[in-house]
Design a protein around this ligand. Structure first.
Ligand code: FES
Length: 117
């Protein structure tokens, strides 16, 4: 009979609660790999988006005017307010920050700053 290995028995119980082990997982495993936000069919229309809160990092993906899906940090470049709150949603042709209404096009370009003058 073969001896059991760690792979056969799973991680030891401490690995699920140890903060140092979690920090190691964040740095070496999660942060260095691709993350799935949604299936592309979930954001099929122009302006459709999905958000992601991944270990405290806020991001969203959105389908642009050209049909391309792009990913952005989900924070306004003005004062870092969260731009999009819902897990899924639909923008018109612009993303408007709820705080001071700085406005971005679907390609992520800043296109409006109220009171800029
Ligand atoms: S934080 Fe977004 S417009 Fe001020």
């Amino acid at each position: 009979m073969a001896a059991q290995t760690e792979i056969e028995t799973g991680l030891p119980a401490w690995a699920y609660t140890d903060p140092d082990f979690f920090a190691l997982e964040r740095a070496k495993l999660f942060a260095s790999s691709w993350q799935i936000v949604c299936h592309e069919s979930d954001i099929a229309k122009r302006g459709a988006y999905a958000t992601l809160n991944f270990l405290g990092a806020l991001a969203f993906v959105i389908r642009g005017d050209d049909g391309v899906i792009r990913a952005f940090q989900n924070v306004c470049r003005h004062r870092a307010a969260r731009l999009l709150d819902d897990p899924f949603g639909q923008c018109s042709s612009r993303i408007v920050c709820p705080y001071h209404a700085w406005t971005y096009d679907l390609g992520g370009r800043l296109v409006g700053v109220p009171g800029q003058d």
